[in-house]
Each structure stands twice: as C-alpha cells, then as structure tokens.
Design a protein around this ligand. Structure first.
Ligand SMILES: Nc1ncnc2c1ncn2[C@@H]1O[C@H](COP(=O)(O)OP(=O)(O)OP(=O)(O)O)[C@@H](O)[C@H]1O
Ligand SMILES: Nc1nc2c(ncn2[C@@H]2O[C@H](COP(=O)(O)O)[C@@H](O)[C@H]2O)c(=O)[nH]1
Length: 209
C-alpha cells in the first residue's frame, strides 16, 4: 500500500468519535472515512456502505479466511474488521484515511504500519459524562450498554500507547483539534516523501522577473 496516512481514532464507546470524525471530514479535502465490516445490527439512520458494511458472522469468518482484514476484533460482543481492499483502493487513489477503530484494532494497525498510521485517543471528560452520552444516544439495550461501559474501564488504561489525546468536551473544539493533529502530521518533514529535493532546487533558483 502506498501514499497517504491512516488517522486511527479510538476510545470508549460513546466518547464522541463518530460525531467528531464526521464533522472534521466535512471540513478537509483529500481525506476519506474507512468503512468497516460489522456483524452488529444496523441502527436507525445508518447507511449500508457509508457507516458500515453490515454482514453476518458467517460472512465475516469467510472474509477473515480470505485475508480481507487489515485488522479485526471482537468488540462489545460483535465482530468488526477493517477492509484491506477498501484501504488499498483509497490509498492508491491518493486519499488519507480516517478510521474509527477500537483499541485492539488501533494497536494492531500501528504494528502493521508504524510509520503510516497516527493513533488518536478520544475521551469524554468523565465516566459519568460517558454514561450520559451513551444513554442519551439510546442505541443500545441495557445489556449492551452495560458491556460498553464495562469495556471502557480497560480501554482507558491503553491510552498511553496512543500518539495523541483528544479530550472531547465540546464538539466544535474537538473537530478543530482533530484537524490540527492532521495538519501537523501532514507537515512533518518525514511524511513529505516526494519533492523535497525539488523544493530545495527551487529555493536556490534565480528569479529573473
Ligand atoms: N462533546 C460532546 N458533548 C456532548 N455530547 C456529545 C459530544 N460528543 C458527542 N456527543 C454525543 O454523545 C453520543 C455518542 O457520540 P458518538 O456516537 O459520536 O460516540 P462514539 O465514540 O462514536 O461511540 P461508538 O464507539 O459507540 O460508536 C452521541 O449522542 C453524540 O451526539
Ligand atoms: N477493531 C475494529 N473496531 C472497530 C471497527 N469499526 C468500528 N470499530 C469499533 O467498534 C466499536 C463500536 O462501534 P459501534 O459503531 O457499534 O458503536 C467502536 O469502538 C468502534 O471504534 C473495525 O473495523 N475494527
């Protein structure tokens, strides 16, 4: 796979990852969202192929056998996986990619692509606020809600292994911060793979105008 960078956004369920990612992607060009596979049920308002590719467990295991996943994990009782072919296609088209992936998946991507991935951990200001947001979203039954809150306790402990911490208190501010991280990363000298020599040549060229 060649070209762009994978911006991997993670953090507990209900932290606000999708909210912040969607708004940030509306404001930047040359970036696209990685549409994952999942075995969980579609929520009202979710769109096949935009939010996820919704598949059965059997289909998931078939794709796994075919080596279709860049990473996959069981998250909050369901399977989720990042499509290797989707990522390859978008990178080949010249996009940078934003992913919304759980903690295990993020760390696996880092292992796979250490130089071309940036890991961002999103946290709400408190556990109480996390509970409020998840309950307020109203998408999980009581059992799933409990599992997601329980899982947040170990997820938070892995924060140290990420590159950036994004405390999501206020959505517009978090969107700006995510965009700031992206801009800073894109400006790293080590990421400017093509054209550094040309830039130096151009700098020393006489301007006869
Ligand atoms: N800064 C914020 N302040 C208050 N509410 C927020 C904030 N950010 C997001 N929310 C709300 O919190 C709820 C959870 O947000 P969202 O669905 O984006 O979380 P998520 O991290 O993507 O969760 P999941 O991992 O389950 O997909 C939503 O109802 C969203 O509108
Ligand atoms: N390891 C992976 N985790 C993923 C992927 N796509 C989403 N997720 C994570 O799952 C949970 C729950 O998401 P929800 O949409 O059911 O609320 C969340 O933490 C996502 O980040 C994936 O491809 N791989």
């Amino acid at each position: 796979m060649t070209g762009g960078v994978l911006y991997v956004v993670s953090g507990p369920s209900g932290a606000g990852k999708s909210t912040v990612i969607k708004k940030a992607l509306d404001k930047v060009e040359g970036f696209t969202f990685s549409v994952s596979y999942t075995t969980r049920e579609k929520r009202p308002g979710e769109i096949e192929g935009e939010d996820y590719f919704f598949i059965s467990e059997e289909e998931f295991h078939e794709l796994k056998e075919q080596g279709e996943f860049l990473e996959y994990a069981e998250v909050h009782g369901y399977y989720y996986g990042t499509s290797k072919s989707f990522i390859k296609e978008k990178l080949d088209e010249g996009f940078n990619i934003v992913l919304d992936v759980d903690v295990q998946g993020s760390l696996n991507i880092k292992k796979e692509m250490p130089y071309d991935s940036v890991l961002i951990f999103v946290v709400p200001p408190s556990y109480k606020e996390l509970q409020k947001r998840l309950m307020g979203r109203g998408t999980e039954n009581e059992k799933d809600l409990k599992k997601r809150l329980e899982d947040s306790k170990w997820e938070i402990q892995r924060m140290e292994e990420f590159d950036y911490l994004l405390e999501n208190n206020d959505v517009p501010e978090s969107v700006n911060r995510l965009i700031s991280i992206i801009i800073a990363e894109q400006l790293k000298i080590s990421r400017i793979k093509d054209g550094l020599e040309e830039k130096v040549d151009k700098f020393f060229k006489y301007d006869f105008s």
